[in-house]
Design a protein. Structure first.
Length: 333
């Protein structure tokens, strides 16, 4: 049998150093000393290591790069930046470049100068899915996808938002708020996983005999709109919590409520979010948050694409990424 190819892990084990240090030395990036870089290069040569980029080109790859499509209007959200960093981490380990696609997919001259593409949070009949499939470019959906171009899918990775929604609602209930309302993303802009959130919420409400209340808002609404939504939930009298689907809105709503609540009064609505931003929300009391672990998510998505580019597995790779719940109990699970 032919000997399996030498990997970064083999070099790291041989030298007794981390795979991150080996990757940085081989790619010429990162903080490693000149001595370490020389040791890594010498050991790679001794073991017969061939970079993933060279191997990919031998298998027919042209660019030595992978692409990531990020929704143009959501790039400023922390989730998308951290996800991109996770993809970049894997690309560096694999000896690939990363190309970020944020422009108009309908441009007549649009080309995809990459060997594979990740489409993050695709919308219905996503134009980049169609573009990749028409170009016979392997692509992976980050999130569920069944629209135009789905026949070209090389794999997928997604959070089970139906289950995640119910886990957040369960945590709210254990924290003393068992009658939650849901503020969903405007249907005109919602990614396809938004339907899983709605079904998860509806099923939970039916199981717990709670009257469902679903409101919609933009991904980045004004403060006035946030106050209007919170006021609508508070005034109906049947709900004691608000679950926000879009990132960043729960913390903003809490800050506005604290600002506008008289000193001798107390907030009556607990807040939760299905897309937490742990840095921005650190120190925010009484917030139930779903940590999507975006950097790990991006790294795992790039791994799915790499497996497709490497010619395996024979069956489509469908991976479920697990989020963690962080709440007022002070720990996640």
């Amino acid at each position: 049998m032919p000997r399996p190819p030498i990997t970064i892990l083999d070099i790291a084990a041989s030298l007794g150093i981390s795979k991150t240090a080996v990757s940085a030395a081989l790619s010429g990036t990162g903080r490693v000393s000149a001595t370490t870089r020389e040791r890594v290069l010498a050991e790679a040569d001794r073991l017969g290591y061939v970079t993933n980029r060279a191997a990919q080109r031998l298998r027919g790859g042209e660019h030595g790069a992978i692409g990531l499509r990020v929704p143009t209007d959501l790039q400023s959200l922390a989730f998308y930046m951290e996800f991109a960093f996770g993809v970049a981490d894997f690309a560096a380990e694999a000896g690939r470049d990363l190309v970020l696609f944020t422009g108009d997919p309908h441009r007549s001259s649009r080309e995809l100068p990459v060997d594979g593409l990740l489409v993050l949070d695709p919308v219905r009949d996503d134009p980049f899915a169609v573009l990749a499939t028409s170009a016979k470019l392997p692509w992976v959906s980050v999130g569920p996808y069944t629209g135009a171009g789905a026949e070209g899918l090389a794999g997928s990775i997604a959070v089970d938002h139906h289950a995640l929604t119910q886990r957040v609602l369960d945590r709210l209930q254990r924290s003393g708020s068992g009658r939650p309302a849901l503020v969903a993303i405007d249907p005109a802009r919602a990614p396809l996983w938004g339907a899983q959130v709605l079904s998860g919420y509806a099923d939970w409400c039916a199981t717990h005999a709670v009257a469902p209340l679903v409101l919609d808002c933009a991904v980045e609404p004004s403060d006035a709109r946030l106050q209007e939504l919170v006021g609508a939930v508070a005034s109906d009298g049947d709900h004691d919590a608000v679950v926000w689907v879009a990132q960043g809105l729960a913390a903003r709503a809490l800050a506005l409520a604290d600002r506008d609540t008289p000193a001798d009064d107390s907030r009556t609505l607990r807040m939760a979010t299905l897309a937490g931003d742990l840095r921005a929300e650190s120190g925010v009391a009484d917030l139930v948050s779903a940590d999507l672990r975006p950097r790990a998510y991006g790294h795992a998505a790039a791994e799915v694409l790499e497996r497709a580019l490497s010619g395996g597995p024979e069956r489509l790779d469908h991976v479920t990424h697990r989020a963690e719940i962080v709440g007022p109990l002070g720990h996640g699970h």
